[in-house]
Design a protein around this ligand. Sequence first.
Ligand code: C5P
Length: 220
Amino acid sequence: LATIVVAVDGPSGSGKSSVSRAVAQRLGLRYLDTGAMYRAVTWWMLHNQVDVHDAAAVAAAADKPELVSGTDPAGPTITVDGIDVAGPIRGAEVTGAVSAVSAVPEIRTRLVALQRAAIGAGGIVVEGRDIGTVVAPDAALKVYLTASEAARAARRNAESDDPAASVTATQADLARRDALDSGRATAPLSMPADGVLVDTTEMDRDQVVEHLLALVGTRA
Ligand code: C5P
């Protein structure tokens, strides 16, 4: 297991983060949340008044944010230019802008390089949209985690600190991001040819974790 790479891809709200963290913890592996990296770069663009819908402006600034991702699954961290952005990257402003920023090829080139450096010799669970297809195509196990849109929206709402958030609005936002993430030209969200599809619509979190641990057992 010391050098295994487990890739976990899938749409928004499929439970990738909590499941990937739990699997990493159970196996003593590191954990990398690549969505947090796209979110942190998006936060930086907003914070520095870069128009996130101006792809050329975003591309020109792609190398500027200094990102550091901590890979301890018990407490993953993310800083940009030394600022802890773990809180603000989950806010509505970043969530609304991240798909536009992550569609810019220069941003992806930069973050994929950082992600490969973080993966290093392996021993890590990596979650995102293009891990099995682009970032780590040689990963020993590639999981594609999904669930019905309604189930994903309900889970997102249950996790949210905003008690007034409506499931309908959450579902609309998920559908919007899925369409952007699946439809973009560079590294769109898609199931890797050799990926294992796991539909979690009818599963609870612990069942998904146990299922993934069993899959790792078949590959390690
Ligand atoms: O996983 P999370 O919802 O935090 O990801 C936020 C956004 O980052 C996604 O909607 C997608 O636009 C982008 N992303 C990506 N490639 C990844 C991970 C995330 O484009 N590997």
